[in-house]
Write a protein that binds this ligand. Sequence first.
Ligand code: NAD
Ligand code: ZN
Length: 344
Amino acid sequence: MQALVKDRRGPGAVLMEVPVPECRPDEVLVRVKATSICGTDLHIYRWDEWAEENVVTPNVFGHEFAGIVEAVGVNVVNVKVGDHVSGEGHIVCGHCKACRTGNAHVCPNVRSFGITVPGCFAKYAIVKGTNVIQNPKQMPFEIACLQDPLGNAVQAVLAGDIVGKSTAVIGAGPIGLMAIAVAKACGAGTVFAVDINPYRLELAIRMGADAVINSSDVSMADALHEVTGGDGVEVMLEMSGNPHAIRECFAAAASAGRVSLLGIPTKEVSLDLARYIIFKGLRIEGITGRRMYDTWYQLKNLLELGRIDLNSIITHRFTLERFEEAFALMASGQCGKIVFLHEE
Ligand code: NAD
Ligand code: ZN
């Protein structure tokens, strides 16, 4: 089968023939119909320090997918051939303390689909039976493949109070854009979106943001204090990973507010803890992946009941053959979510 393989420990990737993977007793073989490019895939493609430390090569990469079950291992009871599915990408051990106390999303023994084990930029992918997520047959594959990043957004928005709270999403990348829609659907008060990229701010309005701030022109903290009558914002969702934006995010937070940190800074971030966290009485949550599987149930309801609409997030569609163009576009930031539609 054709697969996009990270074949080297350096920039780039190659589309090549690899054997169709074998489905073991606890696994499911999925014929992949649609995949999307995550920021993590761009890290793998470009090959930065994070990739050097975390990524196994050679490996088929990609982890956001939707497809149809082609074969099922003998021990798998929750899925059958022909089912439409996606998958949770974190393959956890199931026996550590985190796993056994409802915190499998932070399992220290995790293996990651498309990062340390083969992923989905291919005709077929292997998914652990327990990680399979069922999709309704009427859900378009290109929407179903977005559920993994949607889960990141949902976990962040629902990590604390949201109803009636002023909310700011810092970084209107694909996850931030989804968080805007989720926050609105879950009853947030005024939702502000902050970014430095006008293209992304335009998308933020389409996803339902009540107001947008371009923080390349102004101080985000000053602007957010001004629009909230000096109070600051009650729920800050940090989805840029930019160190300067992270500091501004704490400065913009209202006293007794909460900050969900999802964006991943590539270096240490220094912060005046006393001024911006302790004396403000802030609550801070680190957000990683999706809670297994609480977040999936939450996101499925939002999506399947039509409470959120992800159609405007998909701005570009490619076949896998055009991966170089797709990754260049992703790197430019002049896009929302990029989807690969897999050919028969
Ligand atoms: P992304 O990285 O494209 O989004 C980041 C957005 O932040 C961009 O639109 C960019 O223009 C904006 N930005 C950059 N600097 C800014 C600044 N100074 N002020 C305001 N905005 C700024 O794509 P994404 O996929 O939405 O990912 C968002 C972040 O979440 C990334 O850091 C990514 O690595 C991280 N991430 C975390 C998890 C997790 O489990 N915690 C999972 C996936 C991605
Ligand atoms: Zn574990």
